[in-house]
Design a protein around this ligand. Structure first.
Ligand SMILES: Nc1ncnc2c1ncn2[C@@H]1O[C@H](COP(=O)(O)OP(=O)(O)O)[C@@H](O)[C@H]1O
Ligand SMILES: [Mg+2]
Length: 371
């Protein structure tokens, strides 16, 4: 059977750029064939992060601006990798989350008008995956555990941790009823601190260099792990707006200065790692011995070392999905390619045990391609 080519787009809560993955799907197998990441200019990133406070005309304009921008990035991607549009069966776009409020009477908003991608390519595009889950009583996130189960569901119990703006974990494997939840901050606290302390010149702690040069405030880190979110039972999900500059200023008032920037980053890095280790230790099914990390956080060696050191006493092996041949930024776009492909075929692309929805659904809204 020939591989079906499917394309996925992801712009995460970090608003750092658009990740695009071209995948080959065959039976139950999924393989990333090509991957590129297209960073946003700092001014656009700042506007996206501020979008939650925009007035309607501005938000409407940003919706279309992102749609046009992404259509151009898809064009660039397909030219660079020599992928004819007609070879693509379907395109999945998660969209840019500007608001996510799960819970009773919850609501969510992803923007980046997908009609522009359909217009550019002529291919069917599937977008807006979260609302159908929320309409069915789910938290609208996380959606990735569906792919984790698809890929790792028949092997030994495994934990999959993505570290984007927020962190999320999924547990899958033989004998495990797949579930997942947001673990807490991902890169967001570290990114916010670096952006603020560098006066907007830097957007993240590249390779964890600041954190590596500082001393963490252990007492504070362990105190923060007592926050109610970490104790709540899953399903649970978070928005980037929960871990903001205000959070850092409130809890690290003493070290929020250029002079202490290395120590602050060391603390935020350790806190992020510790929230992930705590999630694993609190909720991993027995016999889970491995944590596979994806997302931009997997590219931060200090964060990876912190997580590994915290889980070592439990005998858990921590590794990047890069070791499995998957670029850490390719996993999420690959997931939305998969969800789109299944949606177009009318097959379930949803893991209700991860989101709390009442039953499996086919998620996504389909924009038909041109004949
Ligand atoms: N070399 C690196 N060193 C440290 N952090 C990195 C590196 N590359 C990426 N990151 C982090 O990853 C983040 C982007 O991760 P990503 O998975 O794209 O998140 P999201 O899904 O929220 O967009 C960046 O904001 C940055 O914090
Ligand atoms: Mg990103």
């Amino acid at each position: 059977m020939a591989k079906t080519k499917i394309l996925g787009l992801m712009s995460g809560t970090s608003a750092d750029g658009l990740s695009i993955a071209l995948c080959g799907a065959e039976g139950e197998k999924l393989e990333v064939l090509k991957f590129s990441n297209y960073p946003y200019p700092a001014a656009l990133q700042a506007r996206i992060i501020a979008a939650k406070d925009m007035k309607t005309p501005e938000l409407s304009a940003l919706n279309f601006e992102l749609g046009r921008l992404w259509a151009g990035m898809v064009r660039k991607f397909c030219r660079a990798h020599k992928v004819p549009y007609k070879s693509i069966a379907v395109i999945g776009s998660h969209g840019q989350t500007v608001w996510h409020a799960p819970g009773n009477k919850g609501h969510t908003l992803q923007i980046g008008e997908a009609s522009f991608i359909a217009e550019e390519t002529g291919r069917p595009v599937v977008c807006d995956f979260r609302p159908a889950d929320m309409a069915a009583g789910g938290e609208g996130a996380p959606l990735i555990p569906f792919m984790d189960e698809y890929l790792f569901g028949s092997g030994c119990p495994t934990a999959l941790q993505n570290i984007g703006g927020v962190g999320n974990i999924a547990f899958v494997g033989k004998g495990v009823k797949t579930f997942g939840f947001d673990t807490g901050p991902g890169n967001s606290l570290m990114d916010t601190a670096v952006a603020e302390l560098s006066g907007g010149k830097l957007s993240y702690d590249r390779n964890g260099a600041w954190a590596a040069a500082g001393e963490p405030d252990l007492r504070k880190v362990y105190e923060l792990l007592e926050l109610p979110f970490f104790r709540r039972r899953p399903p649970k999900s978070l928005d980037r707006s929960e871990f903001t500059l205000a959070f850092i200023k409130k809890h690290f008032a003493g070290s929020f200065s250029a002079k202490c920037s290395r120590d602050l980053l060391a603390s935020l890095n350790l806190f992020t790692a510790a929230s992930i280790a705590l999630a694993f230790k609190s909720f991993a099914p027995r016999n889970t011995r491995e944590l596979i990390v994806s997302g931009g956080g997997a590219l931060n060696p200090v964060l990876m070392d912190n997580i590994a050191a915290l889980l070592l006493p439990s005998g858990v092996r921590v590794r990047s999905c890069a070791e499995l041949g998957l670029h850490p930024l390719a996993k999420e776009p690959a997931c939305f390619a998969l969800l789109a492909w299944l949606a177009l075929e009318g097959r379930v692309n949803h893991c209700p045990s991860a989101t709390g929805a009442r039953a499996p659904r086919v998620l996504g809204k389909i924009i038909p391609g041109r004949l």
